[in-house]
Design a protein around this ligand. Structure first.
Ligand code: HEC
Ligand code: HEC
Ligand code: HEC
Ligand code: HEC
Ligand code: HEC
Length: 192
């Protein structure tokens, strides 16, 4: 009897530890390099951003001005697809959703944990290209997380770009221009 209780207690303790480990894994939601989930409509960046050369900011205009790059609403798609005549199964799905006024539930690919502050506009305004963080998106049939999105990855670039920007900043100051910000390494820049 006593042994059984101990066994159960031991079992609970083990699941407790396993639970904590699972919780920890789940808390590292951003760390999924190579993640390439199937999407509700087979939208191809290779076709749109690559072959058709539609600029990234045409669809992700938020990246210039705000924290999130954003996913375009279907009316952006219809700017072209209401004129294009080609029909495929995937385009049919798009047009059905538009008719039903239903948003597409795209699966989110990049997910930083909530305790990290990341802002697109700070980077895009600073001249950091989409490619340096998202890789060659214009060659991707299906979107994939290219970078590790770890803290080390953020810091690595801040360390290397910092001195370069410091020089630009000094040059700008010398020319009497207001200073350009340099990327920081202080914890408080990304965590608060
Ligand atoms: C014609 C519109 C369009 C263009 C142009 C476009 N995108 Fe997208 N992008 C989308 C849509 C729609 C999604 C969501 C569906 C998907 O994940 O494929 C998306 C998803 C993404 C994601 C993943 C978002 C997530 O869930 O984490 C990234 C990163 C991205 N785009 C970057 C780019 C870059 C970089 C370019 C330019 C090289 C670009 N996009 C050009 C429409 C576009
Ligand atoms: C300095 C690195 C960096 C640059 C530059 C960058 N991104 Fe991102 N992007 C990220 C990170 C990190 C996330 C995940 C953010 C999160 O989960 O809060 C992300 C997420 C996204 C998403 C998912 C939805 C959203 O709004 O968060 C899209 C779409 C996207 N980026 C598109 C772009 C496009 C287009 C450009 C260029 C105009 C760009 N990104 C430039 C790092 C970058
Ligand atoms: C600037 C114009 C433009 C925009 C905006 C645009 N597309 Fe397209 N799309 C095209 C062109 C061009 C093709 C190639 C087929 C054709 O010629 O009709 C295409 C093809 C497609 C296909 C067919 C792929 C296949 O072979 O089955 C799908 C699906 C698609 N687009 C979805 C979308 C979605 C979803 C959006 C909005 C997020 C979008 N498109 C926005 C121009 C555009
Ligand atoms: C490819 C290079 C690169 C990567 C990767 C990168 N950054 Fe940056 N970051 C920069 C540059 C350059 C700036 C300064 C831009 C400017 O204002 O001129 C900056 C600025 C910032 C700022 C503005 C505050 C400050 O320090 O002045 C924050 C916050 C920030 N980055 C967070 C992040 C986070 C979080 C990540 C990882 C998820 C990340 N960055 C990844 C290059 C990068
Ligand atoms: C440029 C942005 C940036 C700066 C600066 C930064 N961090 Fe982070 N940090 C991140 C990102 C992104 C993550 C989430 C990804 C990961 O866990 O690697 C993270 C994760 C963490 C975690 C959780 C790690 C884990 O294993 O779950 C801790 C703790 C942390 N940071 C502490 C710090 C401390 C302390 C500093 C200052 C010395 C600091 N960070 C500076 C971006 C940053």
């Amino acid at each position: 009897m006593r042994a059984a209780v101990l066994l159960i207690a031991a079992g609970l303790a083990t699941t407790g530890v396993a639970g904590a480990l699972v919780a920890r894994e789940l808390s590292r939601v951003g760390v999924h390099q190579g993640y390439e989930p199937e999407q509700p409509i087979a939208f191809s960046h290779k076709l749109h951003a690559g072959e058709s050369q539609i600029p990234c900011l045409y669809c992700h205009s938020g990246a210039r001005t705000s924290r999130h790059a954003g996913i375009p609403a279907l009316n952006v798609c219809m700017n072209c697809h209401s004129l294009l005549t080609r029909q495929t199964v995937e385009i049919e799905k798009l047009k059905e959703a538009v008719q039903r006024r239903q948003a597409i539930a795209w699966t989110k690919v990049h997910n930083l944990p909530d305790f990290v502050y990341f802002n697109h506009s700070q980077h895009v305004a600073g001249g950091v290209t989409c490619r340096s963080c998202h890789g060659p998106v214009e060659t991707m049939e299906r979107i994939r997380q290219d970078a590790p999105l770890t803290m080390g990855w953020c810091l690595e670039c801040h360390r290397t770009r910092g001195p370069e920007l410091q020089r630009q900043r000094q040059a700008a100051l010398n020319r009497g221009h207001p200073d350009a910000p340099i990327p920081g390494l202080d914890c408080g820049k990304c965590h608060y």
